[in-house]
Design a protein around this ligand. Structure first.
Ligand SMILES: Cc1ncc(COP(=O)(O)O)c(C=O)c1O
Length: 449
C-alpha cells in the first residue's frame, strides 16, 4: 500500500483517507498491482481513457520512435508530420463538415478551447454581445475553473463557486429522474425545449453556445439523451444562432459503439471537444474539432485564435494517437464496443433483477452505469455519508474489478452510481467475469445493509 510508505510520502493524493494500491503493469483489459494481483480495468483508467487496451506493443514502438526523432517542437514557428497526419485522420473520422482540428493536452483544455473558439467566432461574425454558454445541471466538462463554471456538478463546483463564471444551466435529459416527465409513459422532450426558454430568457443576442455530453458521464454514470433530444437541440441552436458544442471527451473514438457519440442522434454539432480515447492513456492529449466555416471566418478576418498551451500539438502525443487510432480501426474496436456494450447492458439488467438496491441501469456501447437506491418505488437515494457506491467499488476491487463509483445524480450531491467503461477490446467472456464480480460486490454490500 502506498499511503505513508516511504515511496508515497510526497504524493499529494486526492482522497486522504484512502489506501492506494501500487499499479505495476497492464495488458489488455487487466492491470496488476505490485504484489501480482490482477484486476479487470472496468473503468479503463479514470475514466474511459484506455480504449484499445493496456500494453499494446505497436503503440509503445511508435512512441519510442517519435521520442527518438522529435519529442517536442517549437510550435510557434513549426508544424510537423505527426500533427499533419493525426489531424487528417481525425478530420476523416469526425462527422460531416467538422474538419479543423486543434490539439491540446486533455479534456478540460478541450472544452475550454471549444468555448473560446465559439466566442471568437461570434465576435468575428459581428455578434460581439454573444458571450454566454448555456449548459446543463448534472454535467461535467472539466475540473479547471472555467470548465467548472459551465459544468453542472454541484459537489465538484461548490468549494470554488466564488471563483466561477456561473453561466445559465438547464435541467439534464435524465429519464430516470426527469424534472418534467419521469412518471409519464413517454418522454416529451421538454428537457430540450428548456434550452429555447433559457436562450430567450437570457436574450439570444447574448448567447454564444450550448455545451452538452451526448451521454452524461461523470455526473450521471452513462445516461444517454433520449431519441429526438439532440435533433431538437440542433434546431433550437440554429434558430437562435447559438453554436452547439458536443463534449465528447468521454464518448469520442468508439466508446458508445459509434466513432462519436453524437452520431446516435444523426446531427452535426458545430464543435466537438474530445480527449481520453484519442490516445488511450498512452500520452496526454485532447482535441477540438471545428466546423470548417468557423475557422474560415476567423481566417477571413485575420483573427488569430487567441489560445495556446505548452503542449499544443505535441509531436509525441500526436504520434501516439496516430498509432492508437490506427489500432482502433484495424481491430474493429468500435464495433466491438457496440456488440459487447449491448451484452454488458443486458447483464447489468440481470444484476438489477437480482439486487434490490439497483434502481436503474443505462448506457450506450461500452459506457454503462447503474444507480443505487434505498427504495426502488420512491427512488430514494442512500445518505451520502454511507458511501454505498464506494463500498461496492471497494468490494469489487478486493475481488479483482476496478469500477468507477460516483455520487451526485439526484441533486449534484446525493445519489450513488457505479460507472463501467472497460477497454473496447473486452471479450464476451471477460464481460461475464466483470458482471460476476460486480454482482458479488453488490450482494455483499446489500447484505450489510
Ligand atoms: C465529458 C467530460 N468532459 C471533460 C472532462 C475533463 O477532462 P480532463 O479530466 O481530461 O481534463 C471529462 C473528464 O472526465 C469528461 O468526462
Amino acid at each position: 500500500m502506498l499511503k505513508n510508505s516511504l515511496e508515497g510520502r510526497h504524493v499529494l493524493v486526492r482522497d486522504f483517507s484512502r489506501r492506494y494500491l501500487l499499479a505495476a503493469r497492464g495488458e489488455g483489459i487487466y492491470v496488476w498491482d505490485h504484489e501480482g494481483n490482477r484486476y479487470i480495468d472496468g473503468s479503463a483508467g479514470a475514466s474511459a481513457v484506455v480504449s484499445i487496451g493496456h500494453g499494446i506493443a505497436e503503440v509503445a514502438e511508435a512512441m519510442a520512435e517519435q521520442a527518438k526523432t522529435l519529442a517536442f517542437a517549437p510550435m510557434h514557428m513549426f508544424t510537423h508530420q505527426p500533427i499533419i497526419d493525426l489531424t487528417g485522420l481525425v478530420a476523416g473520422l469526425a462527422p460531416g463538415s467538422l474538419n479543423k482540428v486543434w490539439l491540446v493536452s486533455g479534456g478540460s483544455e478541450a472544452t475550454e478551447n471549444a468555448v473560446k473558439l465559439a466566442r471568437q467566432y461570434q465576435i468575428e461574425r459581428g455578434s460581439a454581445s454573444k458571450h454566454l454558454v448555456v449548459s446543463r445541471w448534472e454535467s461535467f466538462h472539466g475540473a479547471t475553473i472555467a470548465a467548472l463554471g459551465y459544468g453542472g456538478h454541484t459537489f465538484r463546483r461548490r468549494l470554488y463557486l466564488p471563483l466561477l463564471q456561473n453561466g445559465p444551466h438547464i435541467p439534464p435529459a435524465y429519464r430516470y429522474r426527469c424534472d418534467y416527465c419521469q412518471d409519464r409513459p413517454g418522454c416529451t422532450l421538454q428537457c430540450a425545449a428548456a434550452l429555447e426558454k433559457e436562450i430567450r430568457r437570457q436574450g439570444p443576442e447574448n448567447v454564444a453556445a450550448f455545451i452538452a455530453e451526448p451521454v452524461v458521464a461523470a455526473a450521471l454514470a452513462a445516461v444517454p439523451a433520449p431519441e429526438g433530444y439532440f435533433q431538437a437541440i440542433r434546431e433550437i441552436c440554429d434558430c437562435y444562432d447559438v453554436l452547439f458544442i458536443a463534449d465528447e471527451v468521454m464518448t469520442g473514438f468508439g466508446r458508445t459503439g459509434t466513432m462519436f457519440g453524437i452520431e446516435h442522434w444523426g446531427v452535426e454539432p458545430d464543435l466537438i471537444a474530445t480527449a481520453k480515447g484519442i490516445s488511450s492513456g498512452y500520452a496526454p492529449l485532447g482535441a477540438v474539432i471545428a466546423r470548417e466555416e468557423i475557422v474560415e471566418t476567423l481566417e477571413r478576418r485575420s483573427s488569430n485564435f487567441v489560445a495556446g498551451h505548452t503542449y499544443v500539438g505535441n509531436p509525441l502525443s500526436a504520434a501516439t494517437a496516430l498509432a492508437v487510432l490506427r489500432y482502433l480501426e484495424e481491430h474493429d474496436l468500435v464495433e466491438n464496443s457496440r456488440v459487447q456494450g449491448e451484452y454488458l447492458l443486458r447483464g447489468l439488467q440481470d444484476v438489477m433483477g437480482r439486487r434490490e438496491i439497483v434502481g436503474d441501469v443505462r448506457g450506450l456501447g461500452l459506457m454503462c452505469g447503474l444507480e443505487l437506491v434505498r427504495d426502488r418505488e420512491t427512488k430514494q437515494p442512500f445518505p451520502v455519508a454511507e458511501r454505498i457506491s464506494w463500498r461496492i467499488g471497494d468490494a469489487a476491487l478486493e475481488r479483482g474489478l476496478i469500477t468507477y463509483p460516483l455520487q451526485g445524480c439526484v441533486d449534484g450531491v446525493e445519489g450513488d452510481m457505479i460507472k463501467l467503461t472497460p477497454p473496447l477490446c473486452i471479450t464476451r467472456e471477460q464481460v461475464d467475469d466483470l458482471l460476476a464480480i460486480l454482482d458479488e460486490a453488490i450482494a455483499i454490500v446489500e447484505a450489510e445493509l
